[in-house]
Design a protein around this ligand. Structure first.
Ligand code: SF4
Length: 369
């Protein structure tokens, strides 16, 4: 549906991560992170396969120990999506990941995520950058509010957006001074207003692509809402080149939440959006059943269309006309609209089938993304 409001995406440079261009006009990719012990390759691969099945496009594994490092080559050989190593504290794990290969000698790691603030100083960060340059592997500089450099904390008093942005720019400068600019940046924190302001300030100061997330978002339910508020607000400013929702527990549900955030903000629409009125005392059809059945039928479709289902003719009439396909129902019958034009009168009992027929026609006329 064509609304007048459009969001201008911020132009960022493009960094290649295992065949995925991150930044520029490339899709905003959906990323997740495994929760298994990486050294348990079978469990990690099983989880990555489930993430792939759910639509995950980039996956991160933690590599805290030598056993984990030893597993990444085999893991990479068993999965389809780019593999990212997440490094904290031990810079030698970053160096090892940059060298790691699959059993048939191919590169194991497509990107290393490192927090320069917690690996023991500038010289170690430089060593990682030199190796990344040598191997042609991109680095994500992951600045976190919890691990800012001491001097910045002293200067600003607390981990405010200015301190985090200064930290990120400082690390970028270090990498650039070594002739390396294959960088993606994240400036995450758990406080939504601070995260939004930090990403905003960073994107005004730099054109490196960003990975966006809200750290420690929380339980599946509240974490989804918090991620939607934070990531959504950042995306609506045109910022963000990859996203991740950090939810407690199994990472697979994160993927649907990420795609829903991208769809709700209009940043990347990969399947139909079914909207329905909230219902009220004027409702005179079984709207919940109809919406449930329509949503079930839509599963697997990749057409970016909006379907509107309204429960009465009072407001429904006007609102259904605004969708690609809409139905305004009442008194056991309804009117189907296509792009604002009424095209069919149907009985309540035939509504789902009739709507599905129209969606399929629309689907056939519209190329999949
Ligand atoms: Fe109520 Fe009709 Fe509006 Fe639905 S469309 S909320 S039934 S007034």
């Amino acid at each position: 549906m064509a609304y007048a409001t459009t969001i201008q995406r911020r132009k960022t440079r493009v960094v290649e991560v295992g065949g995925h261009g991150v930044g520029g006009d490339n899709p905003i990719w959906v990323q997740s992170m495994t929760t298994t012990d990486t050294f348990n390759a079978a469990a990690t691969i099983e989880q990555i396969h489930r993430l792939e099945e759910a639509g995950c496009e980039l996956v991160r594994v933690t590599v805290p120990k030598k056993e984990d490092l030893e597993a990444v080559g085999y893991i990479k050989s068993q999965i389809k999506i780019p593999l990212i190593a997440d490094i904290h504290y031990d810079y030698r794990m970053a160096l090892g990941c940059l060298e790691a290969v699959t059993p048939d000698g191919k590169r194991a790691i497509d990107k290393v995520r490192i927090n320069p603030g917690n690996i023991g100083g500038e010289e170690r960060f430089k060593e990682v950058i030199r190796k990344a340059k040598d191997k042609g592997i991109p680095i994500r500089i992951g600045v976190n509010s919890g691990s800012l450099e001491k001097d910045l904390l002293e200067k600003y008093g607390y981990p405010c957006p200015e301190a985090m942005v200064e930290s990120a720019l400082r690390h970028i400068e270090t990498a650039e001074s070594l002739g390396f600019d294959d960088l993606i940046v994240s400036v995450k924190c758990s406080h939504v207003p601070t995260a939004v302001e930090t990403y905003t300030q960073f994107s005004q100061a730099s054109d490196y692509p960003t990975h966006v997330g809200i750290t420690e978002a929380g339980s599946r339910e509240y974490g989804s809402i918090k991620s939607a508020a934070g990531i959504g607000a950042i995306l609506l400013k045109g910022i963000g080149d990859t996203i991740r929702c950090s939810l407690l527990g199994d990472p697979v549900p994160e993927i649907a939440v990420c795609f829903d955030i991208l769809r709700a903000t209009g940043r990347r629409v990969t399947r139909p959006e079914v909207v329905a009125c909230p219902t009220c005392g004027r409702l005179d059809i079984d709207l919940e059943r109809i919406v449930g059945e329509v949503e079930e039928r839509m599963k697997g479709l990749t057409t970016p269309l909006q379907i509107s289902i309204l429960g009465c003719l009072v407001n429904g009439f006007g609102e259904a006309r605004e969708a690609d396909i809409g139905i305004a129902a009442g008194s056991g019958k309804g009117i189907i609209f296509k792009k604002g034009v009424p095209i069919r009168h149907v009985k309540e009992s035939e509504m789902v089938e009739a709507l599905w027929e129209e969606v399929q026609r629309f689907h056939e006329d519209t190329p999949a993304l």
